[in-house]
Design a protein around this ligand. Structure first.
Ligand code: ADP
Length: 277
């Protein structure tokens, strides 16, 4: 099967700063590719390259096996690559329906009497969200009344409805409490089940592991690992992400400082479900 989207040895520099170097990864239909890394790892730079916001200096981007240069975000979108950025590009005071269609509203009548087809829009919104497992009380309620997790889910449903083959999610769970993050993770799985190729950017291995098919780990702009799910356990992912060695040293140092007996595994022993954010 051809990859929906692939980057090969991609690199990007900002002046003297090497934001990204030699990163390769593939996005496949019905799979979730997780991109993990701490602050400064190069995650945002990678998203910007994949979504056509910036051009890479090195390497290749391929869509359905063909090398392409994305002219901009609109070009990426036209080719089926949709990005849900953290700010979600939603207008809180407008209804869920209006936000769902923002700029693509169905209309009825003909000019000069063409107008927004409220009923059709509400029906489609309700149906599409129901497909993602969200039962709306009232699609005309302002989007600002939804929880953060629900808003993320509306953004995901919207992208899938408008034909995203590749859905890029920029830290969709990082500002959310554990339960809300769970809601979003469920929709990521739904999108995957519908055949979308999902790129899930996060710094949280506890969120990535349950939904990921592939894990790309970045550190200071460089790839430090690219694992299929079968190739890495949850513990190994946490370890790889956090730089297990540094964490062990820190733990040791803190315990000495606080007068406790050193127990090197203390920090690593935290339960996986804790999902620190
Ligand atoms: P992350 O999203 O993982 O935190 P970024 O992609 O934002 O990482 O940043 C990677 C590196 O590139 C950082 O060192 C950052 O300071 C640098 N960087 C990112 N964007 C710019 C920019 N527009 N100009 C200069 N440096 C940048």
């Amino acid at each position: 099967m051809t990859d929906l989207l692939e980057v090969r040895n991609i690199g990007k520099r900002y002046g003297n700063v090497l934001a990204l170097r030699d990163v390769s990864m593939a996005v496949r239909s019905g799979e979730v590719t997780c991109v993990l890394g701490d602050n400064g790892a190069g995650k945002s730079t990678l998203i910007k390259i994949l979504s056509g916001v910036v051009q890479p200096d090195e390497g290749q981007l391929l869509i359905a096996g063909r090398p392409v240069a994305l002219a901009g975000p609109r070009d990426a979108l036209d080719r089926g690559i949709a990005t849900v950025f953290q700010d979600l590009a939603m207008i809180p005071l407008l209804s869920i329906t209006r936000n769902f269609f923002l700029g693509n509203e169905p209309t009825k009548g003909s000019w000069p009497l063409r107008r927004f087809d409220r009923r059709t829009a509400a029906r489609i919104t309700r149906e599409q969200l129901a497909q993602m497992g969200i039962a709306l009380r009232d699609p005309s309620q302002p989007v600002g009344t939804l929880s953060g997790g629900e808003r993320q889910s509306v953004a995901i449903a919207r992208a899938v409805y408008f034909g995203a083959k590749v859905l890029i999610l920029d830290e969709p769970t990082s500002a959310l409490a554990i339960k809300q993050a769970g809601v979003v993770l469920r929709y990521i799985i739904r999108a995957r089940e519908q055949g979308t190729g999902v790129v899930f950017i996060t710094h949280n291995p506890h969120h990535a592991y349950p939904v990921g098919d592939q894990f790309v780990i970045l550190n200071r702009g460089r790839p430090v690992g690219n694992y299929p799910r079968s190739g890495i356990s949850r513990e190994e992912l946490i370890q790889a992400m956090s730089g297990g060695h540094d964490l062990e040293e820190l733990s040791h140092e803190l315990e000495l400082l606080s007068g406790h007996r050193p127990a090197t595994s203390a920090l690593q022993g935290s339960p996986p479900s804790a999902g620190p954010d």
